[in-house]
Design a protein around this ligand. Structure first.
Ligand code: CTP
Length: 214
């Protein structure tokens, strides 16, 4: 199967030397890419700026901003069977990007922010590929993740606790399915969790093909 995986954070520039970003390390997405390759799949990895070794065998598309990630996803979804959106895409970006470095002054400084485009929500409702979203939550993890599953028209959402998942080598997740089923994967190295996830994604995709849903 052909996996399209996004990983890592995006960076939204403020001026030539500053940006808005988040603590995503990219480790979960990279581990999924590695596990998919290990299982014999083709992988395109759209990656924000991270410090993780490039998975051998993956075609890596480096991006920086949410807009670049959006364009890369649109360009590659035509040719994929499973889209895994594990990237922590920034939700806001500066309304204006200063062409010159913003100088320090005595007074307070406010930044006007505007929402970025939501990549998952922009995907067509009718499509031939399975869509896996991730939900990074700090409270009411499952309920919030289930809302995202429906709001963003995902087939699967992988819910994790942002407080313990981000930057860590380990993770513990709950996989939520569109038919209201769920499956917990207990705390383990992200590499191990990734292997479980790849098996789940393959199975769901196979079932959809057999039922001719996709
Ligand atoms: N996502 C996306 N485009 C964005 C923001 C998020 O496609 N502009 C995707 C992420 O890749 C992830 C899912 O949406 O698969 C959920 O991301 P998350 O950060 O958990 O939630 P948000 O939608 O950003 O909502 P909130 O920050 O309010 O929890």
């Amino acid at each position: 199967m052909r996996f399209l995986i996004t990983a890592g954070p995006t960076r939204e520039p403020i001026d030539p030397v500053r940006y808005l970003s988040n603590r995503s390390s990219g480790k979960m997405g990279y581990a999924i890419a590695e596990a998919a390759i290990e299982a014999g799949h083709e992988v395109i990895l759209i990656s924000g700026p991270v410090n993780v070794a490039r998975p051998r065998g993956a075609a890596v598309v480096p991006v920086s901003t949410s807009e670049e990630m959006f364009d890369a996803v649109v360009q590659h979804t035509g040719n994929c069977d499973i889209l895994v959106m594990s990237a922590a895409v920034a939700d806001y970006k500066p309304a204006k990007v200063s062409r010159t470095k913003i100088k320090k002054r005595e007074a307070d400084l406010s930044l006007e922010l505007k929402p970025t485009r939501d990549i998952l929500s922009s995907l067509p409702k009718n499509r031939r590929y399975l869509v896996v979203g991730f939900a990074a939550e700090t409270d009411d993890i499952e309920a919030n993740a289930r809302k995202k599953l429906h709001a963003k028209n995902c087939d699967i959402v992988v819910a994790n606790d942002a407080r313990t998942a981000m930057e860590s080598d380990e993770n513990e997740v709950t996989v939520l399915f569109s038919d209201d089923q769920k499956k917990k994967i207990s705390r383990a190295l992200k590499k191990i969790v990734a292997r479980e996830l790849v098996k789940i994604f393959e199975n769901v995709r196979e079932k959809c093909l057999t039922k001719k849903i996709m």
